[in-house]
Ligand binder design. Structure first.
Ligand SMILES: NC(=O)C1=CN([C@@H]2O[C@H](COP(=O)(O)OP(=O)(O)OC[C@H]3O[C@@H](n4cnc5c(N)ncnc54)[C@H](OP(=O)(O)O)[C@@H]3O)[C@@H](O)[C@H]2O)C=CC1
Ligand SMILES: CC(C)(CO)C(=O)C(=O)O
Length: 306
């Protein structure tokens, strides 16, 4: 039987790295532009710089939605989450049968995809950065969990096998919601406090007061998660915060990079989504600090962009 094709939407840091590793594994893979349309298909050499100075190079086909009519296979969404509504609409216009895997940070980012048959979320345990056009630097931390969303049962088994490669691994995770919340809570601290202090990710490890503020954010979010019947371990998240802070000392969080480069941030799916969920249950004060930090980021980004 012919293997299904893989389409990666979003030709950014994650999308490019994934495309190269999948091509190396002999998969039929195409990058589909997220922010650009109505362009002819083209082929570029994309380079991934991995651990221990290993370099991976592949010729990758990049296309745009208007060139596509039918998709049979797997769609990996690697754009920023604020593009999801538009991407879901474009996918609804296509024929064929496909599974969708969202590789994005953020809470409820899957909502625009409700109604598709086979939707999964993945929590990425990898880091990738564009270093120059068509070159990214990539590190896998550990295999990234993938699971079905919207309380549906069933595993991601066959799909995992196809998208996993030795340098960018995935694994099946039945309780993906816990991973999504844990990661979002970490992002609520990193992606707001670091850009506001104009500091790199190591700030929580280096500075006790910054760590205390992050702990307050974590505590608010854990209490909110409980209201939504998601039980999380606050201490475990605090430990992860310090570990990630130490290990990514010197690196800038994506929201800080986005603000510096005058690009839209993902804060709406992080602190501001947490705030919206607290409002939804009539307890807005439950996440006061998380909300204020999110609003400050939105304002900082708007000021920078204008
Ligand atoms: N990089 C990392 O280390 C990690 C990233 N993530 C998450 O993975 C996701 C992708 O991140 P990353 O690859 O770093 O991001 P990048 O900013 O490098 O790339 C995101 C891509 O999104 C597309 N995009 C941007 N704006 C729009 C828009 N308005 N409409 C449609 N598409 C748009 C662009 O695709 P195109 O160029 O094709 O137009 C862009 O290249 C994010 O949700 C991020 O939080 C999670 C963990 C780690
Ligand atoms: C929160 C952190 C630092 C964790 O790796 C991050 O940048 C991310 O992956 O989104």
């Amino acid at each position: 039987m012919q293997k299904p094709d893989i389409y990666i939407i979003g030709s950014g840091a994650i999308g490019k790295a994934l495309a190269v590793f999948l091509k190396q594994a002999q998969e039929s893979v195409k990058l589909v532009r997220g922010s650009v349309d109505y362009q002819p298909e083209k082929e570029d050499v994309i380079t991934v710089k991995g651990k221990e100075d290993k370099v991976f190079k592949e010729e990758i086909i990049t296309t745009t939605f208007s060139q596509l009519n039918t998709i049979n296979g797997i769609v990996l969404v690697a754009t920023k989450a604020f593009a999801n509504q538009e991407i879901a609409e474009k996918l609804r216009g296509l024929k064929g049968q496909f599974s969708i895997v969202l590789l994005q940070n953020g809470l409820n980012v899957e909502e625009p995809f409700y109604g598709f048959d086979d939707v999964y979320r993945c929590v990425l345990f990898a880091t990738s950065q564009v270093v120059e056009e068509n070159t990214v630097s990539f590190k896998m931390v550990t295999e990234s969990p993938v699971g079905r969303v919207n309380n549906e049962t069933g595993t991601a088994g066959g799909l995992i096998e196809q998208i996993s490669t030795p340098h960018f691994g995935f694994r099946d995770e039945p309780n993906i919601l816990k991973y999504v919340w844990d990661k979002v809570i970490l992002n609520c601290a990193f992606n707001s406090i670091c850009p506001l202090l104009e500091e790199d990710n190591g700030i929580f490890y280096r500075n006790k007061e910054a760590a205390t503020l992050a702990r307050q954010v974590i505590s608010e979010c854990v209490v909110l998660a409980r209201e939504y019947e998601v039980e999380l371990d606050q201490e475990e998240i605090e430990e992860k915060l310090l570990l990630i802070s130490e290990r990514s000392n010197g690196q800038l969080i994506s929201t800080y990079e986005d603000i510096r480069k005058k690009r839209k941030t993902e804060i709406e799916s992080l602190n501001l989504e947490i705030a919206r969920m607290a409002d939804e249950i009539g307890k807005p004060e439950m996440v006061n600090k998380t909300r204020l930090l999110g609003e400050m980021i939105r304002l900082k980004s708007e000021i920078k962009c204008n």
